[in-house]
Write a protein that binds this ligand. Structure first.
Ligand code: PEP
Ligand code: MG
Length: 843
């Protein structure tokens, strides 16, 4: 599948920032990204150099802003005269901006890095007047690439590593790998599939096209080859954790924005004008618009004499410093120490010798003090903004802000003490809020923020989240024309500002606000109560937790136990196989952390997307259909037996139930139970309850047979969905089809529950469906007894179940079994939201 490529020929950006902005704008216009992604592209340039070599730069955004990517695509800026990218030697002539929704772009990067080896072709692309030449070059099938990679071979000394980066190998980690390899004298090669490249060359690394889950072979030759391999492997693994955390952060931003806000359904209030931006801090409020920042100050160059101008400057400076001191003291007295600190820092900025010298020079050259101040300030702000260090660059806003205070004095304008004029229900509008304004905010008078620019990581967004106020950022420049004093509704869940809403919209908004407040209070109040439906049916709610140190947080969030501990994490976190003792210690810590609450431990589930290089398992063509989970356990006593011993030993310290993954036949279960009996006898250990995961359709269909030999089932809807619908759950193009709400999956759940009932066994669900509101409602309606989910989902799911009756959920589930598609199931789910809306309408 080829990715859409937008090309702009003959561009002449002034500098790197201009080029990134232009390429970002093309991505936004083409609908690949939200306009705020441009800030993310610029932010990336501050923390990394995206110059690849051979005149190619590849601007791309920060991982945490990935939710701003609407669909994958590229924008290519052809810059025939070149634009400086870092030092003089780096002139970018093709600026390839990337919007990557998943890892499809890795293939394009690979192609690009191969094209770069053909100098004549690169020259043609920089000079061509036909955009299709560029599109074709980037998207044609690989075979058409004329440039063969120089053939490299593995060195004999090597080791393997699995690439667990959610977005595959992209430019930032590749840069760090190369830097690590460059520290050593040894030659370092990296293999992915049949391609072997130089590990010290970023472009070459990207040409591997290594996607998530790829197995790489690192090899090295030279005096320090062993150390080089160790260091490179360590950096690969460490960055994997970081990449996963970043990806999680991006996902949680998205779900935070939706979360409670799902109660708003598809509510569309009518208003004179609606602005759509990015939801930066959740919440729904009604208020009055206030333009928080005045227009840019007009400055004329009026010169009287050097002594008079110098005196005016000195007076203005002293007055501004006095103002800052007062503000700082007021903030401190009110206990707002952070704000006090900001004003104090502003005073320091105004005493900057270089700034004062530049202004004095301006005055000596015959300019008025105000003009000279503005000019010198502008230059200092621009220089600060261009600093490569993002934190230092962000200080530019402070300098601008402090400098304007002096300028107001010079122009005889009152200080921008805006707050006094604000109504008590202000929704602040601004281009991007300056530190002075944000530092003055009294949350009791401000209901929320909406800015024209900025991203979800901007100052405004951070402050809003800290204050617990809703915020919408990047709503576009027209926002600044909105009239102050106008009533408005700010929706920080979905990123909207409704200006001058209709009377009906205001009534609806009040109802929604009341509903959300009730929900929030309910979640906080009920998170430690059982999930009992209105007709008295209780569902057990547990968390998916792998480590003892995460148990406390889960219990605080409302977990009643751990319904899935994935033991493969013990293997993935280290370089070697954990021995029986290490596993026993980890399991025992878990049992003890739970203090008598239930714990379900799943035995090793390796294979498919979970590869452990140090196990050196054979590479399979179809790992999801291969030796995975229980199948591996039955072939590798060296892995299974120590784990079973560790489990039985840990079970002496508290309740612990064992569960086997990927069971597809009754024989597998028999064989595993035999191994358990053997270990138990050897250890003279107490009985433990044994369950299996139902994640293969054959197991669901044979549930009544399997149930005779187990104590419980836990349905892994993630795998059950991929196997039922024949969709690889990680496939970049098809993963969206792996929808656990599909009626085919729900029918397998129904069948599993029926099979378990025949033998009086309980059924849990520990796949992702258990943590989705509609999914949880349907699963309970289908008769599931326990739901185990991520910690963040516990509160909302408990509260949801407590709002409905079992009878109602059963009726919903029956309807869901009888439709054609997941979309139809979702449409039925609107009935749940409908009742919520009705609840909101109550007085
Ligand atoms: C599942 O398949 O739903 C499950 C819980 O297991 P995992 O996601 O670890 O494969
Ligand atoms: Mg699974």
């Amino acid at each position: 599948m080829s990715i859409p490529v937008e090309v702009r020929l003959g561009a002449a950006p002034h500098n790197r920032e201009d080029a990134v902005r232009a390429a970002g704008a093309v991505l936004a216009q083409a609908g690949h990204v939200h306009p705020a992604y441009v800030d993310s592209l610029l932010q990336r340039e501050k923390v990394a150099n995206t110059f690849l070599g051979q005149g190619v730069a590849i601007p791309h955004g920060m991982i945490e802003d990935k939710h701003l990517v609407q669909r994958t695509g590229l924008a290519v800026l052809q810059v025939p005269a070149g634009v400086r990218w870092g030092d003089d030697a780096k002139q970018a002539r093709l600026v390839v901006a990337i919007a990557a929704a998943s890892d499809e772009h890795i293939a394009v990067l690979r192609r690009l890095t191969r094209l770069m080896r053909d100098e004549a072709l690169m020259r043609r692309l920089v000079e061509t007047s036909d955009p299709q030449d560029i599109v074709r070059a980037l998207t044609a099938e690989d075979e058409a690439v004329a440039t063969a990679a120089p053939a490299l071979e593995d060195f004999p000394l090597g080791r393997e590593v699995a690439l667990n980066y959610p977005n595959g190998l992209h430019a930032r980690p590749a840069g760090q790998w190369a830097q690590t390899a460059q520290r050593f004298a040894a030659r370092v090669h990296v293999r992915c599939g049949s391609t072997v490249v130089d590990g010290k060359n970023v472009a070459a690394l990207l040409s591997l096209g290594a996607g998530r889950g790829a197995t790489l072979r690192l090899s090295a030759q030279g005096p320090d080859a062993e150390e080089a391999l160790r260091a490179l492997r360590a950096v690969i693994v460490r960055l994997g954790d970081e990449e996963a955390r970043q990806a999680q952060l991006a996902a949680s931003r998205q779900s935070q924005a939706q979360g409670l806000g799902s109660a708003l359904g598809d509510w569309q209030p009518t208003a004179r004008q609606t602005f759509t931006g990015i939801a930066a801090s959740p919440g729904l409020v009604i208020g009055t618009l206030v333009q928080a920042e005045g227009a840019a100050l007009e400055v004329e160059d009026r010169y009287r004499s050097a002594p008079l101008e110098a005196e005016a400057l000195e007076r203005a400076l002293q007055a501004a410093l006095a103002e800052l001191e007062t503000l700082s003291a007021q903030a401190r007295a009110a206990g707002r120490t952070e704000q006090a600190g900001i004003f104090h820092a502003h005073a320091g900025l105004l005493r900057d010798a270089a700034l004062l010298q530049a202004v004095s020079r301006g005055i000596v050259q015959g300019h008025g003090a105000a003009w000279a101040w503005r000019h010198a300030l502008g230059e200092r702000v621009a220089a600060q903004r261009a600093l490569p260090d993002a934190t230092l660059a962000a200080r530019a806003a402070d300098l601008q802000d402090a400098g304007e205070r002096v300028l107001r004095q010079l122009l005889g304008l009152p200080a921008a003490t805006l707050e006094a004029a604000w109504p008590a229900d202000a929704i602040l509008l601004a281009d991007d809020l300056s530190p002075s304004v944000t530092a003055q905010i009294d949350p009791s008078r401000v209901r929320g923020f909406c800015t024209a620019r900025g991203g979800p990581t901007a100052h405004t967004a951070i402050l809003a989240r800290a204050l617990g106020l809703p915020a919408v950022v990047a709503s576009g420049p027209d926002l600044l024309a909105a009239e102050a004093g106008t009533p408005a509704i700010l929706d920080g869940y979905r990123g909207r500002l409704y200006v001058a809403p209709s009377a009906t919209a205001l009534i609806e908004a009040r109802d929604k606000i009341a509903l959300l407040a009730r929900r929030q209070a309910e979640e906080a109040r009920t998170r430690l109560l059982p999930a009992t439906t209105t007709d008295g049916h209780t569902v057990e709610i547990a968390a998916n937790v792998n480590r003892a140190d995460q148990v406390e947080r889960a219990l605080q969030a409302g977990a009643e136990g751990v319904g899935l501990m994935r033991t493969e994490f013990l293997f993935l976190e280290r370089d070697t196989v954990p021995d029986e003792e290490a596993q026993y210690q980890a399991l025992r810590a878990m049992v003890e952390a739970l203090g008598g609450r239930p714990l379900v431990v799943r035995t090793l589930d390796i294979g498919g997307d979970k590869q452990v290089p140090h196990l050196q398992l054979p590479v399979e063509d179809n790992p999801f259909l291969g030796v995975r989970g229980a199948r591996l356990a039955l072939r590798r006593d060296d892995l299974l037996m120590p784990q079973l011993r560790a489990l039985y030993r840990a079970a002496r310290h508290g309740p612990l139930q064992v569960m086997f993954p990927m069971i597809s036949t009754v024989e597998e279960l028999h064989a595993l139970r035999q191994r358990m009996a053997q270990v138990r006898e050897e250890l003279d250990a107490p009985e433990v309850a044994v369950g299996i995961m139902i994640e293969v359709p054959s197991a669901a269909l044979l549930a009544d047979r399997l149930a005779a030999h187990v104590d419980f089932f836990s349905i892994g809807t993630n795998d059950l969905t991929q196997y039922a619908l024949a969709v690889d759950r990680q496939h970049p193009e098809l993963a969206g089809m792996a929808d656990s709400l599909h009626p085919a999956v729900l029918r397998l759940v129904e069948r599993t529950v029926a099979g378990a009932r025949r033998h009086g066994r309980w059924v849990g669900v520990c796949g992702g469906l258990a943590g989705e509101p509609l999914g949880a409602a349907l699963l309970v309606g289908l008769g599931v007894d326990e739901l185990s989910m991520s910690v963040g989902d516990l509160g909302p799911i408990k509260a949801l179940l407590r709002r409905h009756s079992l009878a109602e959920l059963q009726a919903l589930a029956q309807r869901a079994l009888d439709v054609d598609s997941a979309d139809e199931v979702r449409a039925l789910g609107a009935a749940l939201r409908g009742e919520d809306a009705a609840e909101g309408a109550q007085p």
